[in-house]
Design a protein around this ligand. Structure first.
Ligand SMILES: Nc1ncnc2c1ncn2[C@@H]1O[C@H](COP(=O)(O)OP(=O)(O)O)[C@@H](O)[C@H]1O
Ligand SMILES: [Mg+2]
Length: 277
């Protein structure tokens, strides 16, 4: 798992260092996303890597300052070490650069499902293509995403900012990847923000309510919303839902505004989604 064959410490900035190891195939920076993080697809030692950094400490304009972004990367490192799963790109530890830490992951093929509205409405874009997959493929794929969250919940991790931008789908291999879980938290916590980070369509009522508890049942709701977005029309309308009856019932119970009516945890939700599985 930790088979990064190069030095893990350099006084160089990440781009200069990575160029010395191989070829940078792509850079993900402020021109693509607004996190302030800067990531690289690297081809080196006959394979592809994804290297995620908190960006240049001197750059301005990101929603969080550099030290806070570094802390989120270290949080993602802790999570990657605590829970492995087939839908998570392999993790190969940290490097230290002039910009601070870089997380080393396997580079994975696929297209991010989320993005600007125009991209999501494009019939040939990944979001709509994914929604048109055969129901049994969607069912199995979302089952894997639920299973990941069951594994994370077992290790004590609660979802935060889970949405379609967290999902990459490889239409050639028919497989899902889950990326960018940097905001997930260890253990239940209190909403101190009011409206929290996230995409409204995926968020539970408690994620809008300062003082509310955010826990595994919040994750249940987030997953229920994903089912509704991808297998329905983002409502709970049974007429547009493409899955089986027990899958519809799973979505409904996961999306209960009143948490006491939801599944008590992800394990129960997973059992309802895949009975006998
Ligand atoms: N393991 C990976 N392999 C290939 N591409 C990836 C991988 N992880 C992320 N990406 C791509 O890089 C982009 C930025 O990564 P992400 O983790 O979302 O960073 P940020 O915190 O800046 O949002 C993603 O939207 C996706 O296109
Ligand atoms: Mg992202």
């Amino acid at each position: 798992m930790m088979d990064w064959p190069f030095d893990r410490a350099t006084s160089l900035d990440p781009a200069t260092y990575l160029q010395s190891l191989g070829r940078i195939l792509a850079t993900f920076d402020a021109s693509i996303q607004d996190s302030g993080n800067v990531s690289f697809a690297l081809e080196a030692a006959d394979r592809r890597w994804f290297v995620k950094t908190a960006g240049d400490p001197q750059s301005a304009g990101a929603p969080l300052p550099h030290p806070a972004r570094v802390n989120l990367l270290l949080n993602a490192r802790d999570m990657a070490l605590a829970a492995r799963h087939p839908v998570l790109p392999g993790f190969h530890g940290l490097i230290e650069t002039a910009w601070g830490p870089g997380l080393i992951y396997d580079w994975v093929a696929g297209q991010v499902l989320g993005g600007p509205l125009a991209r999501k409405e494009d019939p040939e874009g990944p979001f709509q293509r994914f929604r048109r997959l055969p129901p049994h493929t969607l069912s199995a794929t979302l089952g894997q995403v639920i299973d990941l969250h069951r594994r994370l919940a077992d290790a004590g991790w609660v979802a935060c900012d889970f949405y379609d931008g967290t999902l990459m789908y490889d239409f050639d291999q028919d497989r899902i990847w889950v990326i960018d879980l940097d905001l997930y938290r260890r253990g239940a916590f209190t909403n101190e923000m009011g409206r929290m980070f996230g995409s409204t369509r995926f968020m539970a009522p408690e994620e809008f309510e300062r003082g509310a508890r955010i826990d595994e049942q919040t994750t249940v709701f987030n997953l229920g919303r994903a089912i509704s977005v991808f297998m329905g029309d983002a409502t709970l309308d049974p007429g547009t839902f493409r899955g089986a009856g027990h899958e519809y019932e799973t979505m409904i119970r996961a999306c209960e505004p009143d948490r006491a009516s939801r599944f008590p945890g992800i394990a129960e939700m997973a059992a309802s989604w895949s009975p006998g599985g």
